[in-house]
Design a protein around this ligand. Structure first.
Ligand SMILES: O=C(O)CCC(=O)C(=O)O
Ligand SMILES: [Fe+2]
Length: 291
């Protein structure tokens, strides 16, 4: 499995939608996010200067941005370097929003999560800044929650992604309790006694660098590892293609609790999806300026 890398403008939005989004094939855009005002300015120094005191919680421990950067840059060696250190852009770094405009880079649309209907409620989506240091390994191989697709924009440094071909889904050992996570907990050094089928997988690894953006289609198993000090912004996508699976997850994730509430939320999502479908037919443009 090869991952195609295209320059901004090399393919049209329609081509992207038909050939990659609909078919569920990942793709790297080489220089798409260079059109953002923030391009090139998002460096560790920038974050220290502007948001040094901004706090986030990683695995139950609170860190300031300066503390996160000290750890990932190797200036603080007194404790382990956590990965991923994440900031919710809208809630924790709202100032960044205007620097990443248009967030969808002209390709990540239509995105029903940007519609007014899905802006309320909790649908598992977020726009997040990821910060990591060399070797920071994402903790599990997974498919994204709610069958959302993801768009990952590398702002600084390099990150290696590993994606597992769709045809090999049966080799991935989903955790029966959390079926979007694989039980194979060390992708670099798998326990083949426990996971014999995993021997047959042919993962595809590739690196994304500052300025590059990766489209991760819904339902595709993947994981990531920071190779250098790395910063990226990730957000989620949903539209007619993944909506049926999304809706099933909305129900599945809630049906174990209050059934009436679960049915009401799922019903709302079903109606919201129908409205989005109509908006798409009418050509309604949604603003992605807000992160
Ligand atoms: O950037 C990363 O470390 C992986 C992000 C990812 O796959 C996720 O958050 O779902
Ligand atoms: Fe993911």
């Amino acid at each position: 499995m090869e991952i195609r890398r295209v320059a901004d403008g090399e393919i049209t939005h329609k081509e992207f939608y038909n050939e990659y989004w609909k078919k569920g094939i990942p793709l790297v855009f080489k220089d798409c996010s260079k059109k953002w005002k923030a391009s090139g300015t998002f460096t560790p120094e920038y974050f220290r200067k502007n948001f040094g005191d901004r706090k986030t919680v990683v695995n139950g421990t609170s860190y300031t941005m300066n503390e996160v950067l000290d750890l990932v840059e190797g200036k603080d060696t007194s404790r382990p370097v956590p990965y991923p250190c994440k900031y919710h852009v809208r809630g924790q770094l709202p100032e960044l929003g205007g620097h990443m405009d248009p967030l969808d880079l002209g390709y990540a649309r239509p995105n029903w999560l940007e519609s007014r209907w899905f802006r309320v409620g909790n649908w598992g989506n977020a726009t997040e800044l990821f910060v990591g240091g060399p070797g920071g390994q994402f903790p599990y191989i997974h498919i994204d929650y709610y069958h959302l697709s993801a768009w990952i924009n590398q702002l600084y440094g390099e990150k290696e992604f590993t994606v597992y071909p769709r045809e090999q889904m049966h080799l991935m050992y989903p955790d029966p309790k959390d079926p979007w996570k694989s039980l194979v907990n060390d992708p670099e050094n798998p326990d083949y006694d426990r996971f014999p089928l995993f021997k047959e997988v042919t993962p595809y690894k590739f690196t994304i660098k500052a300025g590059e953006s990766l489209y991760v289609p819904f339902g595709l198993w993947h994981t990531a590892r920071s190779l250098t000090v790395s910063m990226s912004v990730a957000y989620d996508l949903m539209n007619a293609e993944n909506f049926p699976l999304f809706l099933r997850d909305v129900w599945d994730f809630r049906k174990g609790g209050n059934k009436v509430k679960a049915a009401a939320i799922t019903g709302y999502a079903a109606v919201a999806g129908t409205l989005c479908r109509v908006e798409d037919m009418l050509g309604v443009q949604r603003s992605s300026a807000r992160a």
